[in-house]
Design a protein around this ligand. Structure first.
Ligand code: ADA
Length: 524
């Protein structure tokens, strides 16, 4: 049962009003940019053993059923499932108290200095389901060898073991004795790829429970410092995308999400980095259908050493990664799992955290590649721990006093990074990408100086041309798809209008010159 709709709402125990779910109460209107505790509640008709699923809230939440606390969420944007006894069948009250105040403690996963706005509210779908005696608690479908159609299936059940019937969308029916690990093969397999995003559906039945999931047949590998998708060398060109829209904040309107992904697909790009938090099921479904590759990552932004060395911070990250992966594992579009954007990884003490998170990801899924985006360039001390060396760098933007675009600045930086990776023995065989690069542009400025559309466009295009000519690189992800709202932190004077203006399109998705030029270049 989808619980989206009008809920009761009260901010800081103030007057009770109606509020839409999903929504960000602080994205517009009366509570615009306000921070505090916001209670959302509604009646729900159900009973017995139930599962409540929250796809994403901000920034933290406590969850109550008939005034009894049944769970809490400490990490924004992260899917949470709670199995609990809902009592007698009838009308009950579900209350979710969201808190968007920012905690400046080492274990906190949202800090004021983050370069994106920390919205509050229930901003993704809420569902509840009554569970039968035996229910599916996890179904993982991994293409083991896409070319022969071999698939690995892992099933976990909650309740007494019962036999399982499986129906594939190609008409095949299979039987499994209960929970466990199985293998099956698809006849005449049709691979999933950006050019041909073929999908299969698997429908499982166990007693009174049913579970339907989609998957695709594709492989992703790293070999001799290159990336391979379905055995063919993969060159990435894409964008970093925040899941945000003016007036609705992190509660992304579905039609706009669809338009965003279609726009990215039509531009000729093949990749989206879901910066800097787990992507919604809606987003991943669309990426699967359109044939867009995705990097899905846990929440983080420049997390300092006192966080990376804090056991509670690491515990929360591991929990968030596990929940992200288990929620989204069957999407063929996801090829990289990531974590902690731009953490302070230029210190040996960061290694324990990065190693533990890598191990935690691989324990859930060893079929994809693991990475994090570093801002530490050749000072990074942790890149050997992950599969891909991914660099965020801003040549031609943050430093220097030049006026007009100079390609040599970009070339020197790309060479410097590539020389470092290829001359470091522990990194020499890792694929290398630029995970962020870009420049801000204010729409309408055509002066050719920094902040102009022309300057941004020159930087974007010349980066792509340089990367495509350099066999050491496997691709580039631009910062960023659209302009995004930021908080009033110490960076605000570099963020005109309270926005990070490095979007290739503005916050309403109106293309800047760079978008048109890039699209034209890719089509040629
Ligand atoms: C970083 C960061 C982004 C954004 C960007 C910028 O690389 O990962 O989130 O803040 O810089 O615009 O400076």
């Amino acid at each position: 049962m989808l619980l989206n709709g009008l809920w009761n709402f009260s901010f800081e125990n103030g007057k009770s009003v109606k509020m839409q779910v999903p929504s960000c109460f602080d994205a517009a209107g009366e509570y615009y940019c306000k921070r505090g505790k916001a209670a959302y509640w509604r009646e729900v008709q159900c009973g017995g053993y139930c599962e409540l699923h929250l796809e994403g809230i901000g920034l933290r939440a406590e969850i109550f059923w008939d005034d009894k606390k049944i769970g809490e969420e400490l990490t924004a944007y992260t899917p949470l499932s709670i199995r609990f006894d809902a009592g007698e069948k009838g009308v009950h009250t579900l209350k979710i108290i969201c808190d968007n105040t920012i905690q400046e403690t080492p274990e906190s996963e949202f800090r004021r200095f983050y370069d994106f706005y920390g919205f509050g509210g229930i901003y993704r779908d809420v569902t509840i389901r009554e569970l039968p005696e035996t229910s599916f608690s996890y179904v993982k479908v991994i293409p083991a060898d896409p070319f022969s159609g071999k698939v690995q299936l892992h099933i976990e059940l909650d309740g007494p073991e019962k036999p399982i019937t499986a129906k594939l969308s190609d008409g095949t029916t299979m039987k499994f004795p209960g929970a466990g690990d199985f293998e099956f093969s698809i006849n005449d397999p049709k691979l999933w790829s950006p050019d041909e995003p073929n999908l299969y559906t698997l429908e499982l039945t166990c007693g009174d429970d049913c579970c339907k999931t989609r998957f695709g047949l594709r492989s992703i590998e790293s070999k001799n410092a290159k990336l391979y998708l379905n055995g063919k060398e993969l060159n990435i060109v894409g964008v970093n995308r925040h899941d945000v829209y003016p007036l609705t904040g992190a509660a992304m309107p579905y039609e706009q999400l669809k338009a965003d992904l279609q726009m990215i697909k039509d531009s000729g790009m093949n990749f989206i980095r879901g910066s800097h938090y787990p992507q919604s099921e809606h987003m991943l479904d669309l990426a699967d259908e359109l044939g867009l590759l995705v990097w899905d990552e846990s929440l983080g932004w420049e997390n300092p050493l006192d966080s990376l060395n804090n056991d509670e911070f690491i515990r929360r990250q591991k929990s968030a990664l596990k929940r992200m992966i288990r929620n989204s594992i069957n999407h063929p579009s996801i090829v990289f799992w990531g974590f902690l954007n731009e953490a302070i990884t230029n210190d040996d003490s960061a290694r324990r955290c990065i190693a533990e998170l890598t191990t935690a990801v691989k324990a859930e899924d060893s079929s994809r590649l693991v990475t994090f985006a570093t801002m530490m360039s050749d000072r990074d001390k942790c890149l050997d721990l992950v599969d891909i060396a991914a660099f965020n760098t801003y040549p031609g933007w943050y430093n220097g006093t030049y006026t007009f675009f100079d390609q040599n600045i970009i070339k020197a930086e790309l060479d410097r990074i590539a020389d470092f990776v290829r001359s470091t023995p522990e990194l020499a065989d890792k694929p290398m990408i630029i995970s962020e690069i870009g420049a801000a542009a204010l729409p309408g400025d055509h002066s050719g100086r920094r902040w102009s559309e022309d300057y941004q466009s020159q930087l974007i295009l010349s980066t792509l041309k340089l990367i495509r000519k350099d066999p050491r690189y496997s691709g580039v992800l631009y910062w960023q798809f659209c302009n995004t709202q930021v908080d009033d932190n110490e960076r605000i004077m570099m963020r005109p209008r309270g926005y990070n203006n490095k979007g290739l399109v503005d916050e309403y998705r109106k293309p800047k010159l760079a978008w048109h030029d890039l699209k034209k270049y890719l089509s040629e």
